[in-house]
Unconditional design. Structure first.
Length: 487
RNA sequence: GAGCCGUUAGCUCAGGUGGUAGAGCAACUGCCUUUUAAGCAGUGGGUCGCAGGUUCAAGUCCUGCACGGCUCACCA
């Protein structure tokens, strides 16, 4: 569907071609970025600029025009910044100024050659000596003052969002920076970065519903991975004792401000470490990233003050539950389930599930400052090592910040016989109708039988970390193309 | 999956109790050589998300559907 505005511009393209001007040339080269000019000359005074006499060539998109008949001001925006340009008849001649007024629209990409000067109001400006259309635009940009506000349009046409909302672009630059910082932190701690399969024959490593797909040539059901965990631990068995992967993971579950069907996480594994070692490591990693990105460890997220100053709190789930639950509820399952029912919690008669959910509601979602929560029930931690002192507990923790789960980590279960039993228990859950269970992975058990050195591993939700560090209320604000229904 | 709210010009938004749709920006035609949400004068632009219904008459009231947002539930 083409609006009148688009038809007008298609007409201009036609006229340009008739004039022998290519509206889409491919050979234009700017000499500098707008930001370079601003950095170098912003503080240079007008007289000095006049004597400079250097011609600069910038290239970018015209984002505003103020037309004065025999002259005009316009702003050109490139990847780095925007700079004001000035065209006047006296400088470029009658024909060119008429051409400018007739053919240059807001939204067009142009290349501008000119000399720098300062306007009356002191703005650094390029006095155009020549210009060329580098890409003719056919559609009008969103409104210059209010920008693009419609949330649906912002997500579906993210390119327009990026053009008109600088703060949106900033979020994605920060996201990129965060991932770079994490990578360099891992690399500097001698971790090896790897890429493991995304197409899995068994969707393992987490309890989540997978996306199914099909390989035609092999006539084989495959799943998009719900976690890289089991492959990474195979690599630990293979002798890569410090390993990490940053990548996309897919879960076929609900969509919300905290959940997208595909999301990015880092998982890492380190031999000869315990889950307590990983608390120290994650504290260092996240405060390093926060310091680099936010510049400080105390900042606001939405309406709450977050204090990341070390050391972070560490609380034991059972110690905490003692304040909520009675002695009987903690020890007797039927009493516990009764209590969970009163909260309306779905627990499927799984003790750990009921306990964790009660903890989550009473304590977890109120943890604003970074807090390590440990002492997880064993029955909901089938890949984590059994605690040496209490066989109902796993050596596992989660990190909560701003009430959200940011990381999940544990000392890895490396006893193959125990692992097999845990998988069997998970399958029993499945047969009881529980939707969240881990699939049996014979090959993984087989792998453990060769021996995995004592190891601890963790996963960190990068999208949520980015939300936190960019003060974003929704995961969609930190994903370039969040999942939406087809139009 | 449930509840609440929203969808009007390319964009941002107005449109009491029903009476054939408005503004600003953008666009077009003029004027204007230091503006910056430039200014002045004029012009064009709409299947009011879609489909039904009530009514003499629906952007407005009712029903269904689509899409989006928020909250809740499940999850990270």
């Amino acid at each position: 569907m083409e609006s009148d505005l688009t038809l007008q511009r298609i007409g201009k393209v036609k006229q340009l071609i008739e004039l022998g001007i290519n509206p889409y040339p491919n050979d234009f080269k700017p000499s500098c970025l707008a930001s370079e000019l601003i950095e170098k000359y912003l503080d240079t005074d007008g007289d000095e600029l006049k004597s400079l006499q250097t011609e600069f060539v910038v290239a970018g998109r015209v984002i505003s025009i103020r037309d004065f008949g025999k002259s005009a001001f316009f702003h050109v925006k490139d990847s780095s910044a925007k700079i004001q340009c000035f065209v006047q008849k006296n400088e470029i001649g009658d024909e060119k100024i008429k051409f400018f007024k007739k053919f240059i629209d807001i939204g067009d990409f142009i290349g501008v050659t000119g000399k720098l000067f300062k306007t009356k109001t002191g703005e650094l400006t390029l006095n155009t000596t020549d210009f060329v259309i580098t890409t003719k635009s056919l559609r009008t940009l969103p409104e210059k003052w209010h920008g693009l506000k419609d949330v649906e349009l912002r997500y579906r046409q993210r390119y327009l969002d990026l053009i008109s909302n600088d703060d949106v672009k900033q979020i994605f630059l920060t996201r990129s920076k965060i991932i770079k910082l994490i990578r360099s932190f891992m690399d500097s701690h001698d971790y090896i970065e790897v890429e493991t399969p995304i197409l899995h024959p068994i969707a393992g490593g987490a309890a989540a519903k997978p996306f199914k797909t099909h390989h035609n040539a092999l006539d084989m059901e495959l799943y998009l991975r719900i976690a890289p965990e089991l492959y990474l631990k195979r690599l630990v068995v293979g002798g890569i004792e410090k390993v990490y992967e940053i990548g996309r993971t897919f879960r076929n579950e609900g969509i919300s401000t905290q959940h997208n069907p595909e999301f990015t996480m880092i998982e890492f594994y380190q031999s000869y470490s315990t889950y307590f070692d990983l608390m120290d490591f994650i504290e260092k990693l996240i405060t390093y990233v926060a310091n680099e990105v936010v510049g400080k460890l105390e900042f606001e997220y939405l309406d709450t003050e977050i204090d990341m100053t070390l050391p972070w709190d560490r609380i034991n789930i059972f110690e905490s539950l003692k304040q909520t639950l009675t002695e009987q509820e903690l020890n007797d399952e039927s009493a516990l389930f009764k209590r969970a029912d009163s909260y309306g919690i779905e627990h499927n008669n799984i003790r750990g599930k009921a306990l964790l959910e009660i903890f989550e509601r009473n304590t977890g979602e109120k943890l604003n400052n970074p807090t390590f929560v440990y002492g997880f029930p064993l029955d909901i931690s089938p890949l984590a090592r059994k605690n040496d002192n209490d066989p109902t507990i796993a050596d596992r923790f989660e990190l909560y910040i701003a009430g959200k789960e940011i990381a999940n980590a544990f000392s890895e279960l490396n006893d193959p016989q125990d692992q097999r039993e845990r998988f069997v228990k998970q399958i029993e859950l499945k047969s009881k109708g529980e939707e969240q269970y881990h699939e049996m992975d014979e090959d993984y058990v087989n792998c453990l039988e060769y021996g995995m050195p004592p190891t601890a591993g963790a996963g960190i939700g990068i999208d949520r970390l980015v939300m936190l560090l960019t003060n974003s209320p929704s995961i969609r604000e930190v994903l370039l193309f969040p999942h939406l229904r087809a139009e």
